[in-house]
Design a protein around this ligand. Structure first.
Ligand code: ZN
Ligand code: ZN
Length: 268
């Protein structure tokens, strides 16, 4: 049983780590990465999306984002059809060694998109989910750039990338918070960042699964069900970051893309 004291220490350490990344031009997400024993790897990307209509054809947007991120020399995303029953998309249970992308009407809860990664105590990503919220259908319909932007960004987070800027200015990448039509796909800086994050081959094992089987076992024991949000550790103008212990010595970290009207106007 992990002591309450230790949990608090982890939260404090993590809050400092999470906050500090915003201050630097590099935009890895605190150097979180999938562990690998080879120079490049293929990440199985479970597709639990359905088209939500105007502006939000999620399966098409996922496939576009996957091929864009796959232009990285370090990784390929292999999109695999996965359960898209409504109840499964709502839960979007994480699957060990893979990322899973879901959409549903999650409610008017303040978030447009949400990316969660499960990291070990040394920062290796072991599973991740990205969720798009159809309850904000007017946002998706109102700006055709928004859905590809958010899809690309949430998937980018599951690879270990943070934001390139958080003030709304454009860096011509989906990892910024701009509404610019040039901010809907990764740019060369993102690919360079992936080279940095995944440049080492000193990991002793792979944290990703090589199996593309759609019947893969659900998340590791103790992690059946939804990803816990946990405690708010960072508040930005357009986003929040939450951290929760995963019960196995690691953490769940969640990036929340705030919905219009829910931005924190007192922060930059
Ligand atoms: Zn490593
Ligand atoms: Zn984000």
């Amino acid at each position: 049983m992990i002591s309450r004291h230790l949990v608090i220490k982890i939260f404090v350490a993590l809050a400092i780590t999470v906050v500090s990344f915003t201050a630097y031009a590099t935009h890895s997400w605190s150097n979180y990465h999938w562990s690998r024993t080879t120079p490049s790897f293929t990440l199985q990307t479970l597709n639990s999306t359905v088209s939500a209509g105007t502006g939000a054809n999620w399966p098409a947007l996922l496939s576009a984002a996957a091929s864009q991120w796959s232009q990285s020399t370090k990784l390929d995303l292999n999109v695999v059809p996965y359960s898209n029953a409504l109840k499964d998309r709502k839960r979007c249970t994480a699957v060990s060694g893979k990322i899973r992308v879901c959409n549903a009407a999650y409610g008017n809860n303040g978030w447009l998109g949400l990316a969660s990664i499960n990291i070990t105590s040394v920062g290796h990503i072991t599973q991740g989910t990205a969720k798009m919220n159809d309850s904000y259908s007017s946002t998706w319909a109102g700006d055709a750039n928004e859905a590809p932007h958010v899809m690309c960004q949430e998937v980018g987070h599951t690879l270990g990338l943070g934001h390139t800027s958080e003030d709304g200015s454009t860096q011509n990448t989906c990892m910024d918070y701009s509404n610019s039509p040039t901010s809907t796909a990764p740019n060369q800086h993102d690919y360079d960042q992936l080279v940095t994050i995944y440049g080492h081959t000193t990991d002793s094992s792979n944290s990703y699964s090589t199996s593309s089987a759609a019947t893969a076992s659900p998340g590791q024991s103790g992690m059946a069900g939804d990803v816990p949000l946990g405690n708010l550790v960072h508040r930005g103008h357009f986003h929040d970051v939450y951290v929760a212990p995963d019960g196995r010595g690691g953490l769940w970290i969640t990036h929340v893309r705030l919905a219009p009207g829910f931005e924190h106007l007192d922060t930059q």
